[in-house]
Design a protein. Structure first.
Length: 604
């Protein structure tokens, strides 16, 4: 009897042990979700359409347990990550992870690991579309987390995430709520994950916080004035002369008033584009990638060029001029409309101040404040055109100036023709190939203006001046042609696995975020990246280009959020550990010397 019981007892014992092990393994498999609770908190009681609101995803981690930081210390550990499902009416514009703690686990062999413990918030900035329907909306996603205690780590889990909120009309005022949770928001920014957070302070935000609104607006005006030093703003000079140079109005006050209206047109267009960019989530100037827009700008520039060659004068149609009482010259309405059009040309030519301003306005969620900020900045941008517009019409009246002024207008005409060809070529070929228009314009324009154009032949001194100008233009064209032939930095296409490989091997990385429609990106490519000193300085770095031409694609949005890119061109430098070197980041065009100084900061 005993011999019959013993096998039964052993079988029962084996079953109990196996069941216990199975239960233990099952507990381990679902353990991470049992050790972490997720709650969400809104920064506002309601969300006005078109505004930005904040969400705190609160991770409540069980006592004695931790979850890995967003970027864990060891490769085999799973980092904590908050992910939202994509939605066509919402954009996750920013995510801020908390500053991790260092904790020594027994299983890690005495090495400190980066972890989160207790209650920690992950902050999300979410931009709501202005076309949303009012009512209750819900965003879903998950939190990926792996819980560890002092002995081992449980299997990672995807914890469900739901964010429910009420969307109201824009005129409703939202009340701030959960301030005790969001008081930590700024603190989180300073210690957030290096790859996801802004690495340098927002200079515009600092202006308003430290100097007050009046001095900040004055600084914005001066920044706008300084934007005229950007090379691709120069075509606005030619356009302005083409509009005002042919006017013969003897009333200086009226001419000055028209110039003011013209600058107001520039400021209006620039401001509207800036505010739309900041609240739609699009890069400033990204709409230039559309072929119809490019063709329209090219035809407009070509039409302005023909007026510089004397084929016609730009003025308001007679039927409209007679109604407005503007006479035969371009009236105030036509001048304002011209300013609106010219404001378009400045859009792709912006640099760090505009990108910082876009980020600051987006965080404020106030379109009125955004409009006035851009408006004041664009008034500074338009100040030189106020002066140029006022006095362009007087140049032909200067003593003995008729002949040379006709020639000067044709110089501007050649510039406008070159720009028109550049914009017309962009939809049909790569922008880098369209850039060949520049040396061709110098060479052909130099031959025409210096040796073939007939004005001033009876004046020997002026004829010599024309030939000297033509010769210099031809030499400049040849110089540009040779520069385009130069070999520059050999870039790799961006690849996450290559980035991880560089981090593992301890190689610094330079990431060039660009777009095909971005003119300052071309300036970097043709001027800075072809410099032999820049090539040599970056030779021991992994050099990758990140294409943001298709701005709205999920891939572009993911990369912009990962590296906190607000505009192009942006150049990000990562050190040997894969962390961004904050003060080396480049936004906008910089010359070879400045670029090399940024590279040296990475290598220090």
């Amino acid at each position: 009897m005993l011999t019959k019981v013993r096998p039964l007892f052993l079988l029962l014992a084996l079953f109990v042990i196996t069941a216990g092990l199975f239960q233990d393994s099952q507990a381990q498999l679902r353990g991470s979700s049992e050790k972490v609770d997720v709650e969400t908190y809104l920064s506002k009681d309601v969300v006005p359409r078109g505004s930005t609101f904040r969400v705190a995803v609160m991770l409540d981690i069980a006592d004695g347990w931790h979850v890995n930081a967003h970027q864990p210390t060891l490769d085999y550990l799973i980092g904590t990550e908050v992910k939202l499902e994509t939605h066509d009416r919402f954009i996750l514009s920013d995510i801020r992870y908390p500053e991790p703690d260092k904790y020594e686990f027994a299983f890690a062999g005495g090495e400190d690991l980066l972890v989160y413990g207790g209650k920690v918030p992950v902050y999300l900035d979410i931009r709501a579309s202005s076309g949303l329907e009012t009512g209750t909306h819900k965003l879903t996603g998950h939190v990926r987390a792996q819980a560890c205690d002092d002995q081992n780590c449980l299997a990672p889990s995807n914890l469900p995430l739901e964010i429910e909120f009420e969307v109201v009309d824009g005129e409703h005022t939202a009340q701030e709520i959960n301030q005790d949770v969001f008081d930590q928001y700024d603190a989180a920014a300073s210690g957030a994950d290096a790859s996801l957070q802004p690495q340098s302070p927002n200079e515009i935000e600092a202006l308003f916080e430290d100097r007050g609104i009046i001095l900040a607006f004055l600084a914005l005006f001066l920044i706008g004035l300084a934007l005229n030093l950007t090379p691709c703003v120069y075509p606005m000079l030619s356009v302005t002369v083409s509009i005002f140079g042919g006017q013969n109005d003897p009333n200086m006050l009226r001419v000055f008033s028209k110039a003011v209206v013209y600058v107001l047109g520039i400021a209006t267009m620039y401001s509207v584009l800036g505010v739309l960019a900041s609240f739609s989530g699009e890069l400033f100037g990204s709409w230039l990638q559309h072929p119809w827009v490019l063709a329209g700008i090219g035809l407009l520039l070509f039409g302005l060029a023909l007026s510089m060659f004397g084929l016609y004068e730009i003025q308001v149609p007679y039927w409209l001029a007679s109604r407005l009482g503007t006479g035969n010259s371009t009236g105030f309405v036509g001048t304002y409309f011209s300013g609106l059009v010219v404001g378009v040309f400045a859009a792709p030519c912006i640099g760090p101040p505009i990108i910082a301003l876009l980020a600051f306005i987006g965080s404020q969620g106030d379109p009125v404040f955004g409009f006035w900020s851009f408006f004041i900045l664009s008034l500074g941008l338009g100040l030189p055109y106020l002066i140029l517009g006022t006095f362009s019409g007087l140049l032909p009246k200067l003593p003995k100036s008729g002949v040379w002024m006709i020639w000067v207008k044709k110089v501007f005409g050649v510039v406008l023709v070159a720009l028109a060809l550049f914009y017309l070529a962009m939809p049909f070929m790569p922008v880098s190939d369209a850039f060949w228009v520049v040396p061709l314009a110098f060479i052909i324009g130099g031959v025409y203006l210096g040796f073939l154009e007939s004005s001033g032949k009876e004046t020997p001194y002026f004829s010599k001046l024309k030939k000297a100008f033509g010769a210099l233009a031809v030499v400049a064209g040849i110089f540009f042609f040779m520069n385009l032939q130069k070999d520059g930095i050999q870039w790799e296409s961006f690849d996450q696995s290559r980035l991880a490989e560089a981090r593992e091997s301890g190689n610094p990385v330079v990431l060039d975020f660009y777009a095909d429609w971005c003119i300052p990106c071309l300036e970097l490519e043709r001027i800075t990246f072809t410099d032999s000193r820049v090539v040599d300085a970056t030779d021991d770095m992994v050099r990758m280009k990140v294409d943001l031409t298709q701005f709205d694609s999920p891939e572009s949005e993911e990369l912009r959020r990962e590296f906190d890119v607000a505009g192009v061109p942006t150049i990000v430098f990562l050190d040997e550990q894969g962390n961004e070197v904050a003060d080396a980041r480049v936004v906008g065009f910089v010359g070879p010397d400045e670029f090399i100084s940024r590279v040296n900061k990475v290598k220090q």
